[in-house]
Structure formats: structure tokens, C-alpha cells
Design a protein around this ligand. Structure first.
Ligand code: DGY
Length: 353
């Protein structure tokens, strides 16, 4: 009893003292936050431990490519960590400017195709991303795209806006999810969350493809198959894979040619998974039924882009993870990865450990 009391008392005194000491030791480390719209939840985590420098500019769009690019080159020297909030590429020039003390790049995104992985690896800089916390939000958008493309939201909204509704029992008919075969390309966190959300839609069969069978597939009633078989059998094809050299343009004129005439292609991964020229031809010639895209190349898609002339394309401006809660969760995770990297602990979600 006395022993337990002494241990509790000693731990109670020493642990906070140790934490305070560790925090004091890290306070002089500089962490650069690349965008002015990083959630305060993420900033709070960083400010508790480090000296935080935040760009006054947004790291997206033109501002990200111009003013902010120049500003970050000025701000980065001496930083121990870079929190990257953007799909803009991380350049060699920026890493050169940082200096040799840069230990970690923490991207507030699941995808890391913009992070210049070979260059980070060569320099021994750690990289973390934010998977899992965004799977539900992205899966909700995948379901939205399925419904939007299958029920012809683009054409129907256009009719409402023009005030010219097509009437009749046989007009603007769409396709059912009920009884359909849904093929998921990449049964990772987002793919699994999509299947879970669709499980109330009376889907006939779930197929999936990827490098290997996933143990989680059994509980989801999803059947492993080859990409070719999935393309040939599916009424809905959902792309939920990262962009890599292997997956770039995996949907092209050849793979589109394997799909059913009524197939609906949904992309929540990255625009470059799809050869958009081939997709345009397939949609225009009605070789497939429709597509729903949350991601395109480029982003933003210019408003006069020919894809936007197609009535059978339902497109969103890359909003997969764009909810208040999810963006906050992503920021907290990205910041905690920095805390771990700079206090000698393993990364929570490592890409380069
Ligand atoms: C991601 O995290 O990769 C999503 O596309 C949002 O950026």
C-alpha cells in the first residue's frame, strides 16, 4: 500500500516534469505550416511543442503556385518539419532551401503522389500522410457520385435550371444500384468504407481487385478477381487506389473497351488514374453509360473543358475529404506525426518511416 503510494507520488511529480522538460527542449524547433487555412485543431497540437511559422497565403490554386511558392522558399530555412497542405508538388528547390535539419514532411492528405518521395528518401527525410481518418468522408462522396451518375444528376439539374423539364413515364430514366455488380478497384480504407455504405442498397455482388486478397473482404462479402474480370462484369466501377507509376492511366481506351455498355465509372482517387481523352470518347460515343468524378486532370478543370459538355458526366471539385470534422481530424493526425518525428517516436501513419 505504502509502496503503491510512493510510486504514484513519484510518477505524479516526475512525469509532468519530464513532459515539461521534453516540451522545453522542442520549443526551439521550427515547424513550417504551408497554408493559411490549416485547421486550428492542428495548429494547437503543434504550438504546444514547437515554434510554429505559418504561411500567410493559401497553398492551393494560383496563390499556391505563385505568391505562396515564393513565400515558402523564404520561410523554410531552418525548419525541422514541413506540414504540407496542398496537392502542389514539393520541389527539390524547397527541400534545398530548408537545410539539413529538416526531419519530416507531413502531408495532410492520404495521397502522397505530390510529395516527391524519391527525393525525400534520398535525403533521409521522413514522410507521413493521413489515411483512414478520411475514408468515411471520401466513401460518402463515392456513393454520391454513383447516385449522381446513375440517376443523371447533371442532365436533370440542367433541366431544372433551364426550367424545361422533360416529362413522361419514360423520360430521364437512370440505372438502379439495387441488384447491380459493384467493382472496387483497391479495397483499402476508402474502398472498404464504400462497400459498407453501399451494403444497404441491395447490391447484387461486390467484386474487388488489387495486389492481393484482403482479409477484410470476407466480412464485406466482396469477391477477389482480376482487373479484367472486374471491368467485364461490373455495372459500377469505383477507383479507390493511389496514383503510382503502375496505376497512372489504368483506365484507358483498352480498359474502357472491356466495360459493359451500361457501366458507370467513379473516380475518388486521382485524376491521372484515367486517360481523360479516352474517357471523353467512351462517354460521347455511349460506349459506357456515365462517369462520376471527384478528381480530374487538371484541377480545377477549365470551365470550357470538353468533358464538361457531356451530359453523362457528373463531376465534383475534389471534395472527397472536405468536411469540417474530417479536415480537422486530418490536421490533428498530420500534426501528431510531426510531434512523434521530432520527439523520437515512430510515426503514426508513416509513408517513409
Ligand atoms: C487525399 O487526402 O488524398 C484527398 O484526395 C484529399 O486531398
Amino acid at each position: 500500500m505504502l509502496y503503491a503510494f510512493i510510486v504514484t507520488a513519484v510518477v505524479g511529480v516526475l512525469l509532468p516534469a519530464h513532459n515539461a522538460l521534453t516540451t522545453n527542449m522542442t520549443k526551439n524547433l521550427k515547424v513550417l505550416v504551408s497554408s493559411n487555412d490549416y485547421p486550428s485543431s492542428g495548429l494547437d497540437v503543434l504550438r504546444e511543442h514547437f515554434t510554429v511559422v505559418q504561411s500567410p497565403y493559401c497553398n492551393f490554386g494560383e496563390e499556391g503556385a505563385n505568391e505562396n511558392k515564393a513565400e515558402l522558399l523564404k520561410l523554410i530555412p531552418g525548419s525541422s518539419a514541413l506540414v504540407w497542405i496542398s496537392h502542389h508538388p514539393i520541389t527539390k528547390e524547397l527541400l534545398d532551401k530548408a537545410g539539413p535539419q529538416l526531419k519530416i514532411v507531413s502531408t495532410a492528405s492520404a495521397g502522397y503522389n505530390h510529395c516527391n518521395v524519391p527525393e525525400l528518401k534520398a535525403r533521409g527525410i521522413k514522410l507521413s500522410n493521413t489515411p483512414n481518418v478520411l475514408s468515411s468522408a471520401v466513401a460518402e462522396i463515392a456513393v454520391g457520385l454513383i447516385l449522381g451518375a446513375a440517376r443523371r444528376f447533371t442532365e436533370n439539374l440542367d433541366q431544372v435550371r433551364r426550367g424545361e423539364w422533360e416529362n413522361g413515364f419514360n423520360k430521364v430514366l437512370g440505372q438502379d444500384v439495387r441488384g447491380s455488380t459493384v467493382g472496387i478497384v483497391g479495397l483499402g480504407g476508402i474502398g472498404q468504407a464504400t462497400v459498407k455504405r453501399l451494403s444497404g442498397f441491395e447490391v447484387g455482388k461486390f467484386l474487388y481487385t488489387g495486389h492481393r486478397e484482403k482479409p477484410e473482404a470476407k466480412a464485406l462479402n466482396a469477391e477477389f478477381t482480376s482487373l479484367d474480370n472486374l471491368l467485364e462484369q461490373s455495372d459500377f466501377i469505383v477507383l479507390a487506389v493511389p496514383l503510382t507509376d503502375e496505376t497512372r492511366h489504368m483506365i484507358n481506351s483498352t480498359t474502357l473497351g472491356k466495360m459493359k455498355k451500361n457501366a458507370i465509372l467513379v473516380n475518388v482517387g486521382r485524376g491521372d488514374l484515367v486517360d481523360q481523352e479516352a474517357l471523353y470518347e467512351a462517354l460521347k460515343n455511349k460506349n459506357i453509360y456515365a462517369a462520376g468524378l471527384d478528381v480530374t486532370t487538371p484541377e480545377p478543370l477549365p470551365k470550357d473543358h470538353k468533358l464538361l459538355t457531356l451530359p453523362n458526366l457528373f463531376v465534383l471539385p475534389h471534395i472527397g475529404s472536405a468536411t469540417l470534422r474530417t479536415r480537422s481530424d486530418m490536421a490533428v493526425l498530420a500534426s501528431n506525426n510531426v510531434v512523434n518525428a521530432l520527439t523520437g517516436k515512430p510515426l503514426i501513419t508513416p509513408v517513409l518511416p
